[in-house]
Design a protein around this ligand. Structure first.
Ligand SMILES: *Cc1c(COP(=O)(O)O)cnc(C)c1O
Length: 353
C-alpha cells in the first residue's frame, strides 16, 4: 500500500552505534530522541542496540508508548500544567524552566510516590526555552533543593532551533561554568550537562567539543546522518534510512503554464509559472497532509517536483531516462520536517525493513 515510508533499521542502528561511540570518547552519553518517528517501538529498539543511554521525546504520549522499555525516559519539551500527572507517570526526567511547574511536579510525584529528575534549561542565546538570567536560575535552584520529590540532576541547553544559534566551545563553556557555579554555591553535584541536539554533534565531528558536557539529545544525526549546524551529511553515516514512496495516479502531457486568469492556489497563495512548453506530468497520491513538499528530494534526480496540494504531488517527468507508467512508484529522500510529518500521518504506511 502507498504512500509509504520504508524504514531501514540496520542503517539506523549502525548510525546510533557510530554516533554513541564518538560521543563516548568525549565522556558524553546520548539521549536518543524519538519524536521524529513517533516513538515507533521497532526503531526505538534499534536505538537501544546502537547504545543510547536514554530516550527523549517532546510528547508524553510517545513516552507512554515507550513505557515497556526498561530505559530512562526524558520529556524534552517543557511540561504543560495540564499534563503533570502523566509526566510523573511516564517520564523519569523532564527539561524545565519554570519554578511553578516544578512545584507542581513535586506535588504530583509525592502523590504517585515517585522521585522525578529535573534538568534546568539555560538559554544561551537561541531564544527558545530556558533561563536567560543566571541569577534567576540560581534563585530557583535554591527553591528546587527544598522539594523532596525532585532530584535536580543537571542543566542543559538547546540551540539552533529558533534563533539558529550555532553551538560553539564558547557558548557551551558558559553552560559548564554555570554548572560549576551551582555546584559550588549549594555544595551539590550535578551529573548532567546536556549540551544540545544534533547541531552540537558538529563539535564532536570536528573535534572541538569541550570538557564538561556529559550528554547530548540526538535525533536527526542518528536518523538522517546529518548534523544540523550547517546541514552537512556526515561521512560514514547512512543517509537513506527513511524513503518515502508514492504512486502515480495520473500521467499526462499537459502545458506547463495554466490556462485562464490566475487567482489563488489551494492554500491561498498566488502562484507563478514559467512556460516551458508541453510537459509529461505525473500526479502522485500524497500531499501536504502527509509530507512537507519542500523537504522531499526525488531519488531519481531527473524527476522534478512541480508542487502540490493537500493530497496531490505534481512531478515533471519530461526529462527522465527511466520510463514511468501509470501505477509506478516514485521514491524520495526526506528532510527532518518531511520525515516528522510522514511518520505522524496515519495516511502514510510504514514498512520496517
Ligand atoms: C527535538 C529536540 C532534540 C533533538 O533534536 P535533533 O535535531 O533531532 O537532534 C533535542 N532537544 C530538544 C529540546 C528537542 O526539542
Amino acid at each position: 500500500m502507498y504512500p509509504k515510508v520504508k524504514v531501514k533499521l540496520k542503517g539506523i542502528e549502525e548510525n546510533t552505534r557510530i554516533v554513541c561511540e564518538k560521543c563516548k570518547n568525549y565522556g558524553i552519553d546520548v539521549t536518543g530522541v524519538t519524536k521524529a518517528f513517533c516513538a515507533d517501538e521497532n526503531i526505538a529498539e534499534a536505538l537501544i542496540s546502537g547504545g543510547v543511554r536514554a530516550f527523549g521525546d517532546s510528547r508524553v504520549l510517545n513516552l507512554k508508548k515507550l513505557n515497556t522499555f526498561n530505559m530512562e525516559k526524558w520529556l524534552i519539551r517543557i511540561p504543560m500544567e495540564s499534563e503533570i500527572s502523566d509526566v510523573i507517570k511516564y517520564a523519569d526526567v523532564s527539561l524545565n524552566s519554570e519554578i511553578k511547574t516544578i512545584r507542581l511536579l513535586n506535588v504530583e510525584a509525592e502523590k504517585q510516590d515517585k522521585i522525578h529528575k529535573v534538568v534546568l534549561m539555560v538559554d544561551l542565546g537561541d531564544l527558545r526555552e530556558g533561563y536567560f538570567n543566571e541569577d534567576d536560575l540560581i534563585n530557583d535552584v535554591d527553591k528546587i533543593l527544598q522539594f523532596n520529590r525532585i532530584d535536580l540532576i543537571g542543566i542543559g541547553t538547546n540551540l539552533t532551533c529558533y534563533g539558529g544559534i550555532i553551538p560553539t566551545a564558547e557558548n557551551l563553556r558558559r553552560l559548564v561554568l554555570l554548572k560549576e557555579r551551582i555546584e559550588n554555591s549549594f555544595n551539590i553535584e550535578l551529573n548532567v550537562v546536556s549540551g544540545g541536539n544534533s547541531s552540537s554533534y558538529t563539535l564532536i565531528e570536528n573535534g572541538t567539543m569541550i570538557d564538561g558536557i556529559s550528554n547530548l539529545r540526538l535525533g536527526e544525526v542518528i536518523l538522517l546522518g546529518r548534523e544540523t549546524s550547517y546541514g552537512l551529511y556526515i561521512d560514514g553515516l547512512h543517509q537513506r534510512n527513511f524513503i518515502l514512496q508514492a504512486q502515480i495516479v495520473e500521467l499526462k502531457e499537459k502545458p506547463s503554464y495554466p490556462i485562464g486568469e490566475i487567482g489563488m492556489d489551494a492554500f491561498g497563495n498566488k502562484p507563478e509559472f514559467v512556460d516551458k512548453g508541453v510537459m509529461k506530468r505525473g500526479i502522485l497520491a500524497v500531499g501536504k497532509q502527509d509530507i512537507d513538499i519542500e523537504g522531499l528530494t526525488p531519488i531519481d534526480s531527473q524527476v522534478k517536483i512541480l508542487g502540490g496540494s493537500s493530497d496531490h504531488l505534481l512531478v515533471d517527468l519530461t526529462n527522465t531516462n527511466a520510463i514511468y507508467k501509470l501505477g509506478d512508484v516514485i521514491s524520495f529522500e526526506m528532510d527532518y520536517s518531511a520525515l516528522l510529518k510522514a511518520m505522524t500521518s496515519e495516511y502514510v504506511f510504514k514498512e520496517i525493513i
